[in-house]
Ligand binder design. Structure first.
Ligand code: 5GP
Length: 145
């Protein structure tokens, strides 16, 4: 899907927001929902998405909602750091299929990194164990400040 187009209410993140699909939730407030990526590029790979938004990508989002999203990203990234003590954290965001975007509801990736562990390929990893994801979500959630 290119940068142009219309928001698809049937996208997987819209379904998670409506409670139609399960997710290992980490954090939720009025503005954002954070949950574990099921095809993680590293242990603890977390996604943060805006609620009440039909922006497919960063370019379409209202600046004030974008600010609220990034506030949530920082809060969750700090919790990821506190819970998992990574050596670094990669934060990424893709706009359009040509850039690597596969789900067309705006989202930000928080990917903890360790010097000893190479980064998994975007969109090409195996599905994580749901029990392990739930445990990780709980560990990160416990560190939300
Ligand atoms: P994008 O490729 O659009 O930047 O990122 C979409 C992300 O959503 C990918 O990292 C992918 O692993 C993740 N993903 C795809 N389907 C699901 C799903 O059903 N549940 C969760 N939690 N993550 C998903």
């Amino acid at each position: 899907m290119s940068l142009d187009g219309t928001y698809d209410e049937a996208n997987i993140f819209a379904k998670i927001l409506r409670g139609e699909m399960p997710a290992a939730k980490v954090f939720e407030d009025d503005d954002v929902l954070a949950f574990m990526d099921v095809f993680p590029q590293s242990r603890g790979h977390t996604l943060v998405i805006p609620k009440r938004s039909t922006a497919r990508n960063l370019l379409e989002e209202h600046p004030e909602r974008l600010a609220a999203l990034m506030k949530g990203v920082q809060r969750v990234a700090r919790a990821v750091r506190a819970a998992l003590t990574p050596d670094g954290i990669t934060i990424t965001q893709f706009n359009g299929a040509a850039a690597g975007q596969t789900v067309f509801h705006l989202h930000v990736h928080i990917i903890p990194r360790w010097e000893t562990a190479p980064l998994g390929r975007h969109g090409e990893g195996g599905m994580a164990d749901p029990v392990e994801l739930k445990a990780l979500a709980g560990q990160i959630a416990a560190k939300i400040a």
